[in-house]
Design a protein around this ligand. Structure first.
Ligand code: MN
Length: 626
């Protein structure tokens, strides 16, 4: 046990407030859907390193997923590249305990290797939390961080419910210190912590805990500056801010504002204000490049205190809904989130709980019936595979999700077999070559499906694809575009796939094109004479990928939402019972089982694994036997 009271008394109360810059992680995660690219960080990195921050948060959270899923960047290289130009300020990353930077629990061997690589590449401090504040889920990552020489920052996820209060959080803080935390963070990911609650909570923590206390909040309700000031009065050691042009709203409050508030006082951080201005100016320009990722939900919104949804989650929900062409349902989804959260025992809304709750709420709204579709992650959560929330779980929903299965009570990762070796083998099989790079194996172990797309892309750059198709085109004829390609427009990558071609009519010929998996109908009017042979080639190529049939029978199996087929569970000719799983779809980062509504025989399958699908298409046809 740490001797808390004595050490706390010895600590000087008037030391300068230390700042952590979140611009390169939470700032763009909250405002720009985590799309900031390394190339836009590097030119300003050196200045951030010199500005006077105690820590720079530049990795973890959603940055890893986003790097491989959207930016096609190697997330490991980001640490190394930034470290080369930012050698002075310690790097901090955000880690979701046993979930690492993913959405499920990984086996202990994955956690250990991941942390080892993160530290080797240049991460100094790891802020570790569990979405349910279930401390059993922190054990392995704490142990690994200590083993590989990183600093452990144990985090308490702050939330508001009738099952949470400051005394509970202080108890948790004490246990985190006992577990070996080098510092403790109050992680208010939704910006719910009011100034006076902050004063109370930080005062109590400072009285009980001897290691430094960090406070992380978001400015969504516009009270974060006040919250920090009261926390500073209560003796908080470190606060999280972003540069002004990447601050406020759902991001952190601006560093410059806090620096001015404290200027001349006993806890003045003494920033180089000119340098901060220069950094702010830089991001004013950079932010413009990412305007397509700005949503209507990243500004000041005091309703966050009612909805209790973190900034990152709100902008992700908006992004997801717009991908589902259902942005107009945003308010309904925001209303549904607290109901799902209550059913789930009031988890703090932080990843992965926020993603699981958010996607389930979205499904509840879009399918028109609560829990009509239950994601795999929801059933795992209700089985106890993510740990134990502070409140009770709705047993009726739990029964619906797990049937007669018994919820688990042990540390969830104790149920997991080691995964690294299998991941390596599977990846080698997928790529058809040996894989020596453990960082690639980790990418695959964490996000198998996205990883394969990423490796495929990495192996075959856009330029090479263009060259292939250009040289394949007949020199005398018109150039034929490939039917599937990536295109980079204004710095953003799009996956384009021609799904099919219709018969020409007035206004041209209809092309059915998937853009990032979303089906669009485009009328093409040719401006030149197309040679018959060339046209024939287009038709025959696209013919194999004909548009799937429209729903017409009870046995037609469809996806509840646009997504990708993860696995196909039936074969043609197979007999199936009503309710049997036909296939698994991934949408909004979560997987859902798709069932047959009737007993019968599978007479046709119109998809294969990896295909993008839409709700109006028949994926599998089941017909009654009699
Ligand atoms: Mn945050």
């Amino acid at each position: 046990m740490a001797d808390r009271t004595k050490k706390a008394d010895l600590k000087p109360k008037q030391s300068p407030v230390q700042f952590m810059d979140t611009t390169l992680r939470d700032g763009h995660q909250s405002l720009l859907a985590t799309r900031l690219k390394l190339e836009d960080m590097l030119p300003i990195a050196e200045k951030i390193d010199q500005a006077g921050y105690a820590f720079i948060e530049m990795w973890g959270g959603a940055t890893f997923d986003s790097a491989i899923r959207y930016l096609k960047e190697d997330p490991w290289e980001r640490i190394r590249a930034l470290k080369r130009v930012m050698p002075n300020t310690p790097f901090q990353m955000l880690l979701r305990g046993q979930n690492l930077i993913g959405y499920r629990h990984y086996a202990d061997d994955v956690v250990e290797r991941f942390i080892d690589r993160a530290i080797i590449n240049g991460i100094n401090v790891i802020r570790i939390f569990d979405a349910l504040n279930d401390l059993r889920n922190l054990k392995t990552s704490f142990r690994a961080t200590m083993k590989y020489g990183g600093k452990v920052q144990g985090a308490i996820c702050y939330t508001v419910s009738r099952f949470h209060n400051n005394d509970l959080f202080v108890e948790q803080g004490k246990r985190l210190e006992d577990m070996g935390s080098d510092s403790i963070c109050v992680k208010d990911m939704a910006g719910l912590l009011s100034p006076y609650d902050a004063f109370d909570l930080i005062s109590k923590l400072k009285a009980e805990i001897s290691v430094p206390i960090h406070l992380h909040t978001h400015d969504t309700s516009a009270m974060a500056v006040a919250t920090y000031v009261k926390a500073i009065e209560a003796g908080v050691d470190v606060i999280d801010t972003a540069i002004s042009s990447m601050a406020s709203g759902t991001s952190q409050p601006p560093v410059e504002t806090l620096a001015r508030v404290l200027e001349g006082g006993p806890r003045d951080p003494k920033f180089d204000m000119d340098l901060l201005t220069e950094i702010a100016d830089y991001f004013i320009e950079v932010r413009k490049k990412y305007s397509e990722f700005e949503s209507d939900y990243t500004g000041v919104d005091p309703r966050v205190l009612t909805y209790q949804i973190p900034g990152g989650m709100t902008s992700n929900l908006a992004q997801q809904l717009s991908e589902q062409k259902a942005l107009h349902r945003m308010r309904d989804v925001l209303d549904e989130v607290p109901r799902v959260r209550e059913d789930f025992g009031f988890p703090p809304l932080v990843t992965p709980a926020s993603q699981i709750v958010g996607t389930q709420a979205t499904l509840n709204v879009l399918t028109g019936e609560r829990y009509k579709v239950i994601t795999t992650e929801t059933s795992n959560y209700l089985k106890g595979l993510y740990g134990k929330p502070s409140g009770p779980i709705n047993e009726e929903i739990q029964k619906k999700a797990i049937g007669d299965g018994v919820p688990v009570t042990v540390r969830p990762a104790d149920l997991l077999e080691p995964e690294m070796e299998k991941a390596k083998k599977d990846l080698e099989k997928e790529l058809g070559k040996e894989v020596e790079n453990i960082e690639d194996v980790l990418i695959y172990a964490l996000f198998p499906k996205v990883a394969l797309d990423f490796f495929k892309y990495k192996d075959k750059p856009v330029a090479e694809k263009n060259l292939d198709s250009a040289s394949a085109a007949e020199p005398a004829g018109p150039l034929i575009a490939p039917s599937e390609f990536n295109v980079k427009i204004h710095g953003e990558n799009f996956d384009v796939k021609v799904g099919g071609v219709g018969h020409p009519g007035e206004g041209g010929r209809p092309y059915f094109i998937y853009i990032n998996g979303q089906l669009e109908e485009v009328m093409v009017e040719s401006l030149m004479e197309v040679m018959p042979s060339a046209e024939g080639r287009i038709e025959s190529h696209a013919g194999g990928r004909s548009i799937r049939p429209k729903v017409a029978h009870d046995g037609d199996v469809t996806s509840p939402m646009p997504g990708a087929v993860v696995s196909l569970k039936v074969k043609e000719g197979e007999a199936v019972k009503a309710g049997a799983v036909v296939l698994v779809i991934e949408a909004m980062k979560m997987q859902s089982e798709v069932h047959t509504a009737i007993d019968g025989v599978v007479i046709a399958i119109h998809v294969s694994e990896g295909d993008r699908v839409n709700p109006d298409e028949v994926l599998v046809e089941v017909r009654p036997t009699s």
